[in-house]
Ligand binder design. Structure first.
Ligand code: S3P
Length: 170
């Protein structure tokens, strides 16, 4: 069975929807950010602060490569994984790439009380969310299927993803 890779901006629900998908499909769930933190023995915000974003991206690609050798997995990916064309190619070769989206206001609401995302630990996160979303839009557009989670429950989003996969699996 092909993997499901959940991509999309921070706060679009990749982890919670991924867990629901894994439960329903009886697949293993992997949160790539958590895997990176386990392997590195430090939180992502420390990797960003101590070694910078490019180093984090290299570690992220390594974690994706390792994970993609397995099948029957639901993988929740960090919001920036699609920025690397090679990462997108790996995901497309080994599974379905599903993008979750939400409006900037919903993302702000879902993320504003969290401090573990270095890119949003800024004085005016709304502006950062809007500009990053704009820059990343063409990268997220490479996904096989997109679901707007702004007004959907976790279960409704998971159903939409599973319907797409059922239609596109032989
Ligand atoms: C990032 C998203 C984060 C994490 C890192 C960078 C991004 O993951 O990988 O902070 O560039 O969008 P989530 O999307 O799971 O928050």
């Amino acid at each position: 069975m092909k993997n499901i890779y959940l991509v999309g901006f921070m706060g679009t629900g990749k982890s919670v929807v991924g867990q629901e998908l894994a439960r329903q499909r009886k697949n293993k769930f992997v949160d790539l950010d958590e895997l990176i933190e386990e392997k590195e023995g430090r939180p992502i915000k420390d990797i960003f602060a101590e070694e910078g974003e490019p180093c984090f991206r290299t570690i992220e690609t390594r974690a994706l490569k390792e994970t993609s050798t397995k099948s029957n997995m639901v993988v929740s990916c960090g919001g920036g994984i699609v920025l690397d064309e090679g990462n997108v190619a790996i995901m497309k070769e080994t599974g379905f790439v599903i993008c979750l989206t939400a409006t900037a206001d919903v993302i702000l609401e879902r993320t504003r009380l969290h401090t573990h995302r270095p890119l949003l630990n800024v004085p005016s996160p709304k502006g950062t969310i809007e500009s990053l979303m704009k820059v990343r839009a063409p990268f997220y557009a490479r996904a096989d299927f997109t679901v707007d989670t702004s007004r959907k429950s976790i279960k409704e989003t998971a159903e939409a993803v599973l319907a797409f996969i059922a239609k596109n699996s032989e």
